[in-house]
Design a protein around this ligand. Structure first.
Ligand SMILES: Nc1nc2c(ncn2[C@@H]2O[C@H](COP(=O)(O)OP(=O)(O)OP(=O)(O)O)[C@@H](O)[C@H]2O)c(=O)[nH]1
Length: 389
């Protein structure tokens, strides 16, 4: 357990490559009967030919199919394969989508049942079937989940299934929010140990579409935006009517690409609380909305970090909070290195590499964002401070 993977990586090699680490947490055991660390290396210098996949999620009726139709009928030059996930015997959404589609090669696969629980194996099967038999017919996969799906297991499929992650890469999670009804769902108090799907869908998003803005007032939108940013300070947000957003907002997001972490973390941390070096950053997003068990913590701090310390600290945080730690991203200024260390993670899986060399005039600032349940903000800040060189 004492392996210093981050430091080892930096000290032993200057080549940029990724690592993936899986700790022996309860979460991992649920998905993967592995009881030991699992390291996965591959060169980020190699061209990534894997097919990107987008997960569309959002509460019942929030506009997922409407967005899907918009994607299928927009001019983006991509051939899309769709995996639809519907309860019940009649595949209404599948036929809706098909009738709107302008591209004859669209491939639509439907399964009945919930992708997030009973039929996750089906998702793996469908993805593999697509890439094995029809790879030349499409450039991107879009998966529409049911409104009650928990996104975590679907995301985990891309990270933990070796075959899937060999051929398909998760591009991003796009969450539709029904502005008229979201607050009610987000605030719904669930019995202990029961997940609030609406909150989870927001928490895991890389992109959030606040849909149906025609049905609410400006002030309602403002309050809901605060609520959403409190839960997820990492995602980019756009308001829309009938899912009408630019295609580059939903396709080609690179939400899990280490190369994009710097710009993604930039967005989220610029809206953070007072930082650890004592001055404020604009755009406070944490305005104290009702406490929700799921929230974001952003840390912005000058100074350089000791990689061994960060390694230990992240290992501890993941070990203690793995299951409750939904997403994390960071850019770190490493003591003695002219390249930042960038990382991103889902639960106990962590993926990191060296970023592009700091510009001579660039201010080397550490930026980290955590999204999770019952995060201890004070402890996270303190833990990070302890890593400063
Ligand atoms: N007023 C208004 N209605 C919308 C908007 N976007 C979608 N709708 C309508 O909302 C209803 C639900 O939209 P869908 O796209 O089917 O939502 P969904 O998330 O796929 O629904 P489920 O699959 O049942 O979870 C449809 O009648 C849409 O036409 C919007 O921006 N404004």
């Amino acid at each position: 357990m004492g392996t210093k993977l981050v430091s080892q990586f930096l000290h032993s090699s200057r080549r940029a490559f990724h690592f993936m680490r899986t700790l022996n947490s309860e979460t991992r055991n649920n998905f993967h009967n592995s009881s030991s660390y699992y390291y996965y290396y591959y060169s980020s210098l190699a061209i990534d030919t894997r097919v990107p996949a987008t997960i569309i999620t959002g509460f019942l009726g929030s506009g997922k199919t409407t967005l899907l139709n918009h994607i299928l009928t927009s001019q983006h030059g991509k051939r899309i394969a769709v995996i639809e996930n519907e309860f019940g015997e009649v595949d209404i959404d599948g036929s809706l989508v098909a009738s709107h589609s302008s591209v004859s090669e669209d491939i639509i696969m439907v399964n009945n049942g919930c992708l997030c629980c009973t039929v996750r194996g089906d998702l793996v099967k469908m993805l593999l079937e697509l890439v094995r038999k029809k790879r030349d017919n499409f450039d991107h996969i879009v998966i529409e989940t049911t409104g009650l799906a928990k996104p975590a297991p679907v995301i985990e499929t891309f990270c933990s299934d070796e075959l899937v992650s060999k051929y398909v890469k998760l591009d991003g999670v796009v969450t539709l929010v029904d502005c008229k009804h979201a607050m009610q769902h987000l605030n719904e108090v669930k019995p202990r140990f029961v997940v609030n799907e609406a909150v989870e869908q927001v928490a895991y998003a890389d992109r959030i579409i606040m849909n149906k803005i025609d049905l609410v007032t400006e002030s309602e939108l403002e309050i809901l935006t605060k609520k959403i940013k409190h839960i997820n300070g990492m995602a980019q947000i756009k308001q829309a009517k009938f899912g009408s957003v630019d295609m580059d907002f939903v396709l080609g997001v690179g939400g899990y690409d280490l190369e994009r972490i710097e710009s993604e973390v930039e967005c989220s941390s610029s809206a953070s609380h007072q930082d650890d070096c004592g001055h404020e950053h604009k755009g406070h997003h944490h305005d104290h909305v009702h406490d929700s068990a799921v929230s974001s913590v952003s840390i912005v701090a000058e100074g350089t970090i000791d990689l061994d310390e960060v390694d230990d600290w992240l290992e501890r945080v993941i070990g203690e909070k793995g299951e409750d730690l939904y997403r994390m991203k960071g850019v770190l200024s490493v003591d003695g290195s002219n390249q930042p260390y960038v990382f991103q993670g889902v639960h106990s899986m962590l993926d990191g590499s060296l970023g592009k060399t700091w510009e001579p005039q660039e201010k080397r600032i550490n930026k980290l964002v955590f999204i999770g349940r019952n995060l201890d903000e004070v402890a996270l800040r303190k833990g990070f401070k302890g890593c400063l060189a």
